[in-house]
Design a protein around this ligand. Structure first.
Ligand SMILES: Cc1cc2nc3c(=O)[nH]c(=O)nc-3n(C[C@H](O)[C@H](O)[C@H](O)COP(=O)(O)OP(=O)(O)OC[C@H]3O[C@@H](n4cnc5c(N)ncnc54)[C@H](O)[C@@H]3O)c2cc1C
Length: 446
């Protein structure tokens, strides 16, 4: 294994003529043009969303040289995400194993945020709420509120399931909820305190992770990956679109919905990803209404969920719709979706009508058939796993929450010490890997 500023940095130096704008606080940034020679690193990560950045950070922290490959880092689902770290509120029936992973990641979050901030030279903020200004990680609680009697029943039913799983969800009176959050509507039907559901700002998080990677000698290659590079029956790196290779002992496929489109994936591997679109809003709270809220409010309004996440910078995030209608433009924002979000948020917090609308965004979540990630190594025909390859995609609604866990799982796999608890998330669980190795379409390296 090379040092942190090891082979990736050497390769970046070799390619000095191709390096652009590697300013302080950014990952060494290799321009789009003219990578025709090979770059070598311990780890190549395809995809620079929260997941790819988190994995690259963890690998770098473990002393590995890392190259991150993305032509538009941070522009996928991670750009839209509200950043709720909400294992309790996000509990769904029959997703117990996913809950375990979400709880594990929730436990990892404080240390992960601290490590990112330490790497970025930031301090934890002062005050009653633990705040790491660098990533926007906040331990503010969540209030679940219902609009009408049916919403109250639905939230009470959900609480029974949450409690059966050992999760803490405490009912509070509407009066008490309004004394904590005076701008909540007096018309809400119920409120529940969920102290364990926190938040982070995904855009800040990616910026900080990129900065730390840069200072540790990691490189960002602003290019698309075309496919995997094979050599002697194992994955040996990444083939770049337009020419050039990144050679690596470990290649991590972390490019969200784009993973299934990579060429030279292992024989028989199916990555059944589907886009689940979400509209989301960012708004500024005028000074006379600040703070609009101190807790994240997750509402149920006539059976439809809506949330309002207050940020420390005086903005709020209101989200999110969930639709699978497949627009021709994947970033197209739905007018009906925005109407619904504002209408429902305003019913819970009437002052929402007085906010300044800054941004409406839509992105697709990388969904899977069982709503759980595709995370781990892939079986190869004839037995064992494909050496040199890790898949980390399909994080659907939970990618921000699951970033530290995904990073830890990948690190354990690279260290050769996988945690058996997460074997159920293997990315080949929907695949029929051929029994024999003779019919593998995998290609050897050029
Ligand atoms: C509206 C909305 C709200 C959300 N809110 C939350 C929330 O509150 N909490 C939470 O935990 N999760 C939330 N999510 C889910 C979360 O955003 C995703 O699970 C997470 O962002 C997935 O991260 P990722 O890195 O896997 O994928 P992405 O963020 O989609 O990143 C994939 C990256 O891969 C790159 N890429 C694609 N193809 C290639 C290629 N061939 N070569 C190189 N690079 C490539 C893309 O440019 C992109 O940067 C939300 C999602 C949406 C849409």
């Amino acid at each position: 294994m090379g040092s942190r500023a090891g082979r990736a940095a050497e390769a970046a130096n070799d390619a000095a003529s191709r390096v652009c704008d590697a300013g302080p606080g950014t990952a060494g940034d290799i321009s789009a043009e003219g990578i025709t020679t090979d770059i070598t690193a311990d780890v190549a990560v395809i995809g620079g969303g929260v997941i790819g950045h988190g994995i690259a950070f963890e690998a770098s922290r473990a002393g590995r040289s890392v190259v991150l490959i993305d032509d538009a880092p941070g522009s996928g689902a991670s750009w839209a995400a509200a950043g709720m770290l909400a294992p309790v509120s996000e509990l769904h029936y029959q997703e117990e194993q996913l809950l375990e992973l979400m709880l594990e990641s929730s436990r990892l979050w404080p240390g992960f945020a601290a490590e990112v901030d330490a790497g970025a030279g930031m301090d934890a903020g002062a005050g009653g709420t633990e705040c790491r200004a660098g990533t926007g990680y906040l331990t503010t609680p969540t209030l679940a509120v219902g609009a009408d009697a049916a919403d109250r029943r639905a939230l009470a039913d959900l609480r029974e399931v949450q409690q059966a799983c050992g999760l803490t969800v405490e009912p509070v009176t509407v009066r008490e909820a309004r004394s904590r959050e005076p701008l909540l509507s007096p018309g809400i039907s119920c409120a529940f305190d969920i102290p364990a559901d926190h938040q982070v700002d995904p855009r800040l998080l990616i910026a900080r992770l990129a900065g730390v990677l840069g200072t540790e000698g990691g490189s960002l290659i602003r290019r698309r990956a075309a496919g995997l590079l094979w050599q002697d029956g194992q994955v040996a790196g990444v083939r770049l679109a337009g020419g050039g290779f990144v050679r690596a002992a470990e290649t991590v496929v972390a490019n969200g919905l784009g993973a299934a489109g990579l060429e030279e994936l292992p024989a028989g591997l199916a990555l059944p990803l589907r886009p689940v679109y979400g509209d989301i809003l960012r708004l500024r709270v005028p000074p006379h209404l600040q703070p609009l809220l101190t807790a994240t409010v997750r509402g149920m309004v006539r059976g439809v969920p809506v949330y309002i996440v207050p940020r420390q910078d005086g903005t709020v995030v209101i989200g999110a719709t969930q639709r699978e209608d497949g627009p021709s433009n994947p970033h197209a924002v739905s007018a009906g979706g925005i109407y619904q979000l504002l209408r429902d948020a305003q019913q819970l917090v009437p002052a929402v009508a007085e906010l300044e609308l800054l941004e409406a965004t839509a992105r697709a979540r990388p969904g899977t058939p069982d709503n759980a990630p595709l995370l781990g190594r892939v079986a190869r025909p004839g037995g064992g796993d494909v050496p040199g390859l890790i898949i980390a995609t399909g994080f659907f609604r939970h990618g921000v929450l699951l970033t530290p866990a995904a990073a830890a799982v990948c690190r354990q796999l690279m260290d050769g010490t996988p945690d058996a608890r997460w074997a159920g998330f293997r990315p080949d669980r929907f695949s029929r890997i051929p029994d024999t190795s003779g019919d593998s379409p995998n290609k050897e390296a050029a």
